[in-house]
Structure formats: structure tokens, C-alpha cells
Design a protein around this ligand. Sequence first.
Ligand code: GLN
Length: 554
Amino acid sequence: MAPSGQKTAKYIFVTGGVTSSLGKGIIASSLAKLLQSRGLSVTIQKFDPYINIDPGTLNPYEHGECYVTDDGAETDLDLGHYERFLNIRTSRANNITTGRIYNNVITRERKGDFLGRTVQVVPHITDEIKRNIRLLGETGEYDIIITEIGGCVGDIESLPFVEAVRQLKFELGEKDTLVIHLTLIPYLASAGELKTKPTQHSVRMLLENGVQPDIIVCRTEHPLPNDIRRKIALFCNVQVNSVIEAIDAETIYDVPLLMRKEKLDQRALYMLDLYNDQDADLDSWKEFLGHLKNPTDSITVGLIGKYVELRDAYKSIAEAFIHAGAENECKVNVEWIQSETLGDFDQVAERLRDLDGILVAPGFGERGIEGKINAIRYARENGVPFLGICLGMQCACIEFARNVLGWTDAHSSEMNPNASHRVIDMMESQKMVTNKGGTMRLGAYPCKIKKDSLAHHIYGKSQISERHRHRYEFNNEFINQFEKAGLVPTGINPETGLVEIVELKNHPWFVGVQFHPELRSTVMDPHPLFVQFVRASQVHSQDKRMVDSTAHVG
Ligand code: GLN
């Protein structure tokens, strides 16, 4: 029982079956949005079945973007969806991996906490999973904790998580726990039929593990007719109104409305004994969707990166453009450009000419770096709005050092530790670090913005806090030369003096940030840097059109 004034949480588990990539994160976020819009306090956590302690050491090609929370946890990209949908902040407690669970248990074993006993998956691993599930509930802040179980039911790796859900369901009781199972209803074009068998099998697999799902959410390309719903209900032991259609949507941001239409929130609340007839207030969400779907302008921005073949590697940037586009009632077309293809500057103008804005993405290592630098030079010399994020900001400093200050071998010590002008250098605090996992400068840090700067105009304030993930930094040894030549540090960390923002004088819009603004953009609170970058790109686009039409007339 929570102390008075604190909330007693109820738990919703979201499992997946048939195949991965069905969008558990979006279903969980959409349900959470609906519950939040009914006045409930909700958070979501994700359990990932892999052995890595966190995704921080994973190649983005492997697992998409690594999402960093305020408290410096390197987490799964689904946490980005949770924050973007709910406009809340998540933390380390919102993403747990098998690796972390085992690590905690083994650390305790070494300390002697289990002295004399054999440490086993059941009960020790499952106890640790349950402890982590309940941790957020015990803060007393939430009415509902939604726990997304990564992977697919039937995977060897998922078994301890499903077992923990079984135990919790039993321990906490019917009214305090709910299991939602997300499956796929494939459509066989040759037969013209929707097939329920994979769903039946996947539910049977859950049942073999002792878990009866309460609600079944069915991903489908076609509407689910009543006979199909009845069939699923019959074979899977659920009420027919607990079979929810999740039809393919035009945008992920439609899903809360689709789920409301299917009454997923009502059903969940009813089963958790929380039902009241107050409806979800989604007015501002609908307003956002209205802007998103009815743009009055359109621009094309280039996203220059080296992982562009996998869009998920830049998930938060892509979403931040959607939020900023809606805010400006402007469709933002993102052109994904592999930086390795921009290695020859003579060909860069041809390739980038049609862009209205250029964003150089975060990243690590040598590959594609010269292409990024070339793209930045093009943006700087041609007055194209430019936003450089983390490595993108570092590349802007390298480009400026080489082509404006004339230090031809300028580089980051990450790429060339022997360069004579290491304008980006390893942070002092990183020099003794040998372990790779969780050791970068991570999480939210304050930044003080200079008055009368573009950054100040963009943020409308002098004190900001933004999230970081890097080992290298602007080398303050060169700060005066940069400033005199026109690339000005306008955002500084007040405690360490680290340069967090640079901007170019005599350029319409050229900003590099050492932090990751994309991680703080949400539907209800689009990030000002993205909003203003889109606006500047719209202006650039109009100017270009004007020049083109005058050229035509002439
Ligand atoms: N590789 C650079 C660093 O570690 C930039 C990191 C990033 O872009 N997130 O400083």
C-alpha cells in the first residue's frame, strides 16, 4: 500500500507474437496517451531480452538509434516514442535489459547476498525482473505502469520475462494487472482472406507459459470483420470486445485516435476496475494532426549521415522534423544522404542544390567524415540553413578551421590524433576512461546562452538544459581565433566551460550544437531549434524560388 497522497500503480504488460516489428512501442504509447488524456498519470518501460547491459555499445545498424535520457541512460529507441507521445521524461528505470538483470543478480551473488543457495532463473532472475517492474510503481507517482516486453513470445530470451509476468499477475491479482498481446493477422491475397491461425498459435504459446492475455491487439492491413473477431475471441479465451483492430495507419500519430475508436482504453480501464465515462481529451493532439496533414508549404532538407540506409538510426531527428513541420504547417521532406557519397567537393553542389536546409547528423568514427565536411562547406558558402548535431557540430568546426582559418590539416583527435590543429579534442574527463559502455558524457547538462545570439533568439532564454552523448569537445585553445573569424561559441556549459553551441556570423542560419536537441522534441512541445531550422529553410526555399523566377524572366 502506497503512503497517503501517493498513487497505487496498476500494471499493464504488452507482449508481442507472430513476428517482431509489429509496433508494440507505438501501441503502448498510444494506449498510454489515451489514459493520460483521461487524467491518469502513466509511464512506460521497456524490457529488452538481449544480453548487452544497454544498447550504448550497439552499432546503430543493429538496433537503430540509441536514445539518451536526462539521467544519462543509453536506451532503446522506443523510449523516444514514449517521451514524444506523452511529453514526459523517462529515465534509467524505463529500460531494462536481460544483461542488466543478470548483472544485478550476479553482483549480489558475489557480495554474498545468496550465501549457501543456488542462484537460478526462477526465482532469482524472475524476482529481479519483478523488482524492476515494480520500481516505477513504488515511486507513488503513477496510476499505471505499462511494461513493454521486447521480442516475441516463444523466443528463448523472452521466457524469464513472460514467467515474471505470470507470477506478478498471480501475486497482484486480476484488477491490478492486465496483459495485452499484440499479434499479426496476415492477409493472403491469393485467397482474399485474413488468417487468424498465427494469432491462435501465439496465444497458445503464451498459455503454455501460464499467461492468459486479456486483450488481443491485431495488426492488420485490412479491417477486421466481426466473424474474424469472434473467431479470435473463441480460440483465445477473450471477450469479443477485447479483440482490437490495429489497422495500418498513415502516420504513427494517428494510432491513439484509432485505438480510441476501437475502445482500447475503455476496455483496459474496465478490466482494471478504473473505468469512468469521462472521455479522453485529445483536442490538442487532433490540432497537431490537422497541421501535420494539411501543410501549406513544403521544403526538402538533407539529412547527411553514414547510417542513412537504416532510418531508425536517426529516429528522433526524423520525428523532430515531423513535430517542427506541423508547427510551421509545412511538409518537411527528408532526403537521406549517405555522407560517403559526398567525398568529392566538386560534385557536392550538384547533389545538394535542391535542398532548402542541411542537417549533419551525429555519429562516430572516420567513415563518411569528409562528405560531412564538404556538405557543411557548401551550406556555409551558399547561405543554406545548417544544423549540425554533435559530430555535425564538430565537423562544422573542422570545416571552418580548414577552409576559413586555413589550417588545412585541422581535425578531431577522434579521426586524427596526430593533426597539428586538433580543433575537436578528447574531453579531459575522458582521457582516463578505458571501458566503452556507459562512459561517454551522457545525459542532461545546463548551457548558458549569450544574449543577442541566434541561439538566444531561437530559445528565447539564456539558461537551457540539453542531453549529450559524446567523448570529444571543441578545443578551447582555439576559441579566440574561431570567434574573430566569425564562428562564434554562443552556448557554454557554465560549470566546465565546454562549448555547447557555435553559430556563424554573416550567414542566415548556421548553428552547430554539441548536444542532441532531437531527444527533447515532443508532439506537444516541438524543439525550438528544429522549429526555427524549418522556418529558416522555408525562407531559403522562397528566396531560391524568387531567384529562379527572376532568372527565368531575365
Ligand atoms: N564521435 C563524437 C564524440 O564522441 C560525436 C558523438 C555524437 O555525434 N553523438 O564526441
